[in-house]
Design a protein. Structure first.
Ligand code: NDP
Length: 488
């Protein structure tokens, strides 16, 4: 039985109140596993709604900044407790809105709770250093101060964890927030806002405006009273957002795509490597920026690895994420399904060999959703689009190489550099990989898609604006440093 009431109307959250879009427009958020199911109706806001939210955040800023870190932390602890109480309901909303399995959605919501608690604790950790001054009588120190109003533009693939890993550090360091969720997951976002509301945050400290990215997201990036933008999403939009911020002197942080390789060395434990490839590449239907998409296997073990991989993928069950036996849910939207099918076609056209999947599943009960079969290509070469571009779907490209050195060269031959993994038992291979791989997240005998909330997260090359999120690294973006010199 469902824990939610489907088809309800959700509003923007501005200045501590729930408000419809000023233009009165709204749109339906539907279930990608069953297109007829309306999860809820959400506002399609305009620039004026963004302006009202930014003004509210600006008004709330001084009061919020002046609270002690421990008091701000208490609000986050309360939000965590409320989210914990509502875990199953919010996880189900996520599954119905964007398709990932209920188990994964529960895991993500639990992660959100842990992140809130982590940053609540940050409220009483150090925010500066004392530096010896050349004058023995003077005191010189640094103090971290909030940026001010922070705009948060989030994607649909982690609709609880990503907003929280941006909102929680923004708040703990004394910023106020205007949050623009992805339109695909605005109902989940509204429920997250309800948790902040119930925790009693003062009006205007957290605001949410729903609407299309090109209207609401852009208005937020352009707003002169927004001091910084934290964005996660596609490279094309990220770069646009970065340019807008740069032009008006605002701070920005961009987390974007990946084309993450796993290298399987000749001495790898092949069963573990298969499990990591399947889990890293296909969970969440491949819709993770850290998803494994290029599988680079040394020739000595290629055939054996390939057979084990295909056998394992044959056991995966595609279906509605709310069904207990489903392993792979649908793509999150029609647009996403079309993108994935487009890349599969391109792969075939460019000469890669399709060895598994390659289309929509045949089962009649899946015909109403955006389902796609887990897909494997081999004979993938470096010029092909499926080697070079982010697909964001359950598509694996197998590449056979002659040596471990060649594997690293092939792995690095990409404009992205988010996450990379190696499976090997050889310490020399491990150290070579750690030194030479061009990736922000380097994983040895672990899948590409694992992220720990207390460690820095982010990519090299085109995968990010070279900043890092999560853990204590978040203080770099959400604060400015004051260097203070006091001469008595
Ligand atoms: P987008 O980059 O379009 O969306 C990310 C966020 O940015 C959403 O909130 C979106 O709003 C918003 N946005 C869109 N256009 C603008 C704009 N002009 N100005 C400001 N904000 C904007 O990603 P998509 O959802 O369209 O996905 C496309 C591809 O991006 C995927 O196939 C995948 O390759 C990649 N992607 C990567 C992610 C990652 O984790 N690195 C996450 C999601 C996508 P809205 O969608 O509501 O209109």
């Amino acid at each position: 039985m469902s824990r939610l009431q489907l088809g309800q109307t959700y509003l923007n959250y501005v200045d501590g109140r729930w408000k419809p879009a000023g233009n009165g427009r709204q749109t339906a958020s539907t279930n990608p596993a069953r297109r007829q199911e309306v999860v809820g109706y959400v506002p399609l806001s305009d620039r004026e709604d963004v302006d009202a939210a930014v003004q509210a955040a600006r008004r709330a800023q001084t009061g919020w900044r002046k609270l002690s870190g421990s008091v701000r932390g208490d609000y986050l602890y309360r939000t965590a407790a409320i989210l914990e109480r509502r875990l199953d309901e919010i996880a189900e909303t996520m599954t119905r809105e964007m398709g990932k399995t209920f188990g994964e959605a529960r895991g993500e919501t639990a992660r959100g709770i842990a992140i809130l608690k982590y940053y609540a604790g940050e409220g009483i950790r150090k925010i500066g250093d004392v530096i010896p001054a050349s004058d023995g009588e003077a005191l010189m120190f640094t103090a971290r101060v909030p940026l001010g109003v922070v705009g948060i533009i989030a994607p649909w693939n982690f609709p609880v964890a990503i907003p929280i890993w941006k909102i929680a550090p923004a708040l703990i360091y004394g910023n106020t927030v205007v949050f623009k969720p992805a339109q695909e997951t605005a109902v989940t976002a509204a429920k997250l806002m309800e948790c902040f509301e119930e925790a009693g945050l003062p009006a205007g400290v957290v605001n949410m405006v729903c609407g299309s990215g090109s209207v609401v997201g852009q208005a937020l990036a352009e707003h002169p009273l927004v001091d910084g933008i934290s964005f996660t999403g596609s490279n094309a939009v990220g770069k646009q957002v970065g340019q807008i911020c740069l032009a008006r002197g605002a701070k920005y942080q961009l987390e974007m795509g990946g084309k993450n390789p796993i290298i399987v060395a000749a001495d790898a434990d092949l069963d573990l490597a298969v499990e990591a490839t399947v889990s890293g590449g296909l969970r969440s239907t491949g819709q993770k920026c850290t998803a494994t998409s290029r599988v680079i296997v040394v020739k000595d073990v290629y055939e054996e690895f390939r057979e084990k991989l295909l056998a394992r993928i044959r056991t995966l069950r595609v279906g509605d994420g709310m069904n207990e036996d489903t392993w792979l849910g649908p793509c999150a939207s029609e647009k996403q399904l079309e993108t994935v099918l487009g890349y599969i076609e391109k792969g075939i056209r460019e000469g890669a060999r399709l060895v598994m999947g390659g289309g929509r599943p045949d089962e009649k009960e899946l015909s109403d959703g955006y389902f796609v079969q887990p897909t494997v290509f081999e004979d993938v070469t470096r010029e092909m689009a499926i080697f070079r571009e982010e697909i964001f779907g359950p598509v694996l490209a197998l590449i056979k190489v002659d040596s471990f050195e060649e594997a690293i060269r092939v792995a690095n031959d990409n404009e992205y550099g988010l996450s990379a993994s190696v499976y090997t038992r050889n310490i020399g291979n491990m150290l070579q990989f750690i030194q030479e791989i061009e990736a922000g997240m380097v994983r040895v005998n672990a899948e590409t898609a694992g992220v720990e909330l207390q460690a820095p997260f982010g990519g090299m090359k085109q995968s990010s604006s070279h900043s890092r999120e999560q853990g204590q690294a978040a203080i770099e973006f959400y604060t400015s440093t004051k260097t203070v010199y006091v001469k008595p």
